[in-house]
Design a protein around this ligand. Structure first.
Ligand code: SAH
Length: 359
């Protein structure tokens, strides 16, 4: 039996090509694409300006990938919503919705689990199950828009998974995300975070996508970085940074550096000075993130005083820096913790039950 094609993963061009055999007028592909990506339909029957016969044809040839919310946690402090979604094959993933003055932002997952092995991260504890398709990344946004009734204006690829370990799907997803025929989110409002896969960073600079690139740095030298991130053994910091400067040169987009502060591991003044020396004179921005403790790991958050000293040392050296505000503290769970808890407590199955835990 032939597997049906995943219609929500097709670009408008691919969709036009795929329905050519139906002998329908050219504008039909545009109409279907709008149903899929602007109206976020979950069934072919909802495409009411498409004839019954054509809807039947579509359902015979294509799968319509739709995610099902398994649970939604809502923060009483700032309204942040953490979603656990079931994929069509029963795997579960996490996404987060955050409300800011500048708009609504969704943090999406790009893989089920992760295989990068960063020591402080919960997403990687059980390894990687599989990569997500474009439809499954887009659906995280569409379902959240449907649930909140509000438009999403910003997307960050900072949930579970390493986006450059799923390169083709992620770049296809990014093109669809900024397509005016779809949800049309401008590249300026999209951030992709990577642990630093150098060949993919170089390739990405050539894609003409010009989204903001964020690099997970977390240490100012190879020796320390290697103790926190296994990927640092594959790529030297100097090469990773060169790929960042090259990204800026090609796209004009300044790179963000994420630095999770871990008590007595990477948060001394000496490390702040070392970091400043790496970035001095470059177009960059440092995001300091108090590490989110993961049960299975021994790491603790740095104290407020140490965080302040770290920030000031960077600023004194002319480095742009912000301390990331913790959103949804009461419904916390670092990257991947929600899913991990769910897997421990449940047998994974398709479910349409939505539980709203207003804590
Ligand atoms: N794989 C990508 C994107 C996913 S992680 C990457 O490595 O960038 C998104 C960000 O959260 C990364 O900077 C990651 O290092 C960081 N992160 C993961 N677990 C964390 C934790 N427990 N506390 C603070 N930051 C964490």
């Amino acid at each position: 039996m032939n597997e049906k094609r995943d219609i929500r993963s097709l670009s408008l061009e691919q969709l036009s090509e795929a329905i050519k055999p139906f002998g329908v007028p050219k504008y039909r592909a545009g109409q279907i694409y709008q149903w899929l990506h602007q109206k976020g339909v979950t069934k072919f029957e909802e495409m009411t300006n498409i004839s019954l016969a054509q809807r039947k044809q579509l359902s015979e040839c294509f799968d319509l990938v739709t995610l099902v919310p398994v649970s939604v946690l809502v923060s009483a402090i700032d309204g942040t919503r953490k979603y656990l979604f079931a994929l069509p094959d029963g795997n579960v993933i996490e996404s987060v919705w955050m409300k800011y003055q500048h708009g609504n932002s969704v943090c999406i997952s790009s893989q089920v689990g992760c295989r990068m092995g960063c020591r402080f991260c919960a997403s990687t504890l059980d390894g990687m199950v599989r990569s997500l398709r474009p439809s499954e990344m887009l659906e995280q946004i569409y379902r959240i828009q449907a649930d909140t009734g509000e438009r999403v204006s910003h997307v960050v690829i900072m949930g579970s998974g390493e986006p450059f370990d799923n390169y083709e799907n992620v770049t296809a997803f990014l093109r669809m995300l900024s397509d005016p025929n779809g949800i049309c989110i401008s590249a300026r409002n999209i951030t992709l975070s990577t642990c630093g896969l150098v060949p993919e960073m170089e390739r990405f600079a050539q894609e003409g996508l010009a989204v903001t690139l964020a690099l997970s740095l977390h240490a100012p030298n190879d020796a320390l970085r290697q103790t926190l991130m296994p990927v640092a053994k594959r790529y030297a910091l100097a090469d990773v940074l060169n790929a960042c400067w090259n990204y800026f040169e090609k796209t004009g987009r300044r790179v963000s550096f994420e630095y999770s502060l871990i008590d007595s591991v990477n948060d001394s003044e000496k490390e702040a000075r070392e970091l400043a020396a790496l970035l001095k004179g470059r177009h960059s921005h440092v995001n300091l993130i108090p590490v989110n403790p993961v049960e299975e790991r021994e790491y603790r958050q740095s104290g407020t005083k140490k965080i302040e000293t770290f920030r000031k040392t960077l600023e004194k050296n002319g480095i742009n820096v912000t301390i990331r505000r913790e959103m949804g503290r009461d419904i916390h769970g670092a990257c991947g913790q929600l899913r991990k808890r769910y897997l421990q407590e449940n047998t994974v199955q398709k479910s349409d039950c939505v539980e709203e835990a207003k804590t």
